[in-house]
Design a protein around this ligand. Structure first.
Ligand code: PLP
Length: 360
């Protein structure tokens, strides 16, 4: 059995998945195989939506492979990286039997998907260090082996913690878990960081999975385009466990447009602005007397501890500024997560804090 097959659900060994009409026949002139309408909808002038879409639109897969420096067959396209997380758990973890490892405080969808699939969630908390939150990868490896966990989810750069985990450390963890578990690295915010992506490493490390999304730096959250980048054999297995048509044609089209050179140049400019704002707003907040701590960030948000986070949250809301309340998360009882907006938006936020004397 290949290393990859050993990581998939044993009961899905011979599972072929759903064979959609679209995936069975790719060449033809008169399409009478999928019970589609022969006429376009009046709401769909150019008829883009009349036919079922390609399950994995090849042009988009090729453009993303270019962007992420991997091969198209190493890409599983889906409805945001949220779907990739779900499909990974569905394909690898046997309900009622298997487990995943997560590192709270961290993005909630790993645990949510696991719960929905009847999969145990083992927590290896981040350590709140002198400078930053740090992942305890030695403990993650130990816990994964002891619990026979099938996937270790790492978020790098982390949401909400903000920091990135060193690539060589992640690769070390993947090597330690070879043949036993996948290491899935969620790089949703990687564009804002100084560290390189691990996507090019999936060829050499077959139990490494990298999650990427167009929802953040590429400004396409509503298009729901994300992907898992992994060993081609694993990607083929994940496709068998995915919904038949995960990428709506209009979403694929807008994503392709966002990956053209001029659009990418614009994206890079905006990333640079976010990084400048991160420094400026981070410094302004850190200088406030009632701010306890601003964590270093490799993302497009700041995690901030306040003396009175509840009052800050309410005051901002009263001025119609919505930030994310983190107080229910472990270790974050006094924290808010503030997305970096435009300079004018951040100025308004800082102004409210100063005027209401909540941070000054
Ligand atoms: C760390 C992380 N991963 C994944 C996602 C989900 O991204 P997508 O929009 O691609 O589903 C988010 C969204 O906030 C996130 O913060």
């Amino acid at each position: 059995m290949s290393d990859i097959r050993a990581l998939l659900r044993a009961d899905l060994g011979d599972f072929a998945g759903y064979r959609s009409a679209r995936s069975e026949a790719r060449d033809g002139e008169i399409w009478l195989n999928a019970n589609e309408s022969p006429w376009p909808s009046g709401a769909d002038a150019d008829g883009t939506c009349r036919r079922y879409p390609d399950p994995q639109p090849p042009a988009l897969a090729a453009a993303l492979a270019d962007l992420y420096a991997c091969a198209p067959e190493q890409i599983l396209l889906g409805r945001g990286s949220d779907e990739a997380i779900d499909v990974l758990i569905r394909a690898c973890c046997t309900p009622g039997d298997d487990a995943i490892v997560v590192t709270p405080p961290v993005f909630g969808m790993y645990a949510v998907s696991a719960r929905l699939h009847g999969v145990r969630v083992i927590e290896v908390p981040l350590r709140d260090g002198a400078r930053d939150f740090e992942a305890d990868l030695a403990c993650a490896a130990e816990c994964a082996i002891e619990a026979r966990a099938k996937i270790v989810f790492l978020c790098s750069p982390g949401n909400p913690a903000g920091g990135a985990i060193a690539g060589p450390d992640i690769l070390g963890l993947a090597r330690a878990l070879e043949g036993r578990a996948l290491v899935a690295v969620d790089e949703a915010y990687l564009e804002f960081a100084d560290v390189p992506s691990l996507a090019p490493c999936v060829s050499a490390q077959s139990n490494l999975v990298v999650l990427r999304t167009l929802s953040k730096a590429h400004a396409l959250a509503a298009a729901r385009i994300g992907c898992a980048i992994a060993d081609a054999e694993l990607v083929a297995a994940l496709r068998r466990c995915q919904a038949p048509y995960p990428v709506p044609a209009p979403c694929a089209a807008v994503a392709l447009d966002a990956l053209r050179p001029a659009a990418l140049r614009n994206t890079r400019r905006r990333i640079a602005i976010v990084r400048e704002e991160r420094e400026r707003v981070g410094a302004a907040l850190a200088a406030c007397a009632r701010v306890r701590r601003v964590y270093p960030s490799s993302t497009n948000f700041l995690l901030v501890r306040f003396e009175d986070a509840a009052a800050v949250f309410a005051a901002l809301l009263a001025e119609r500024i919505v930030v994310r309340d983190m107080r229910a998360l472990p270790q974050l009882g006094d924290a808010l997560r503030i997305t970096l907006g435009t300079r004018a938006q951040s100025d308004r936020l800082l102004d409210v804090l100063a005027r209401r004397k909540l941070a000054a």
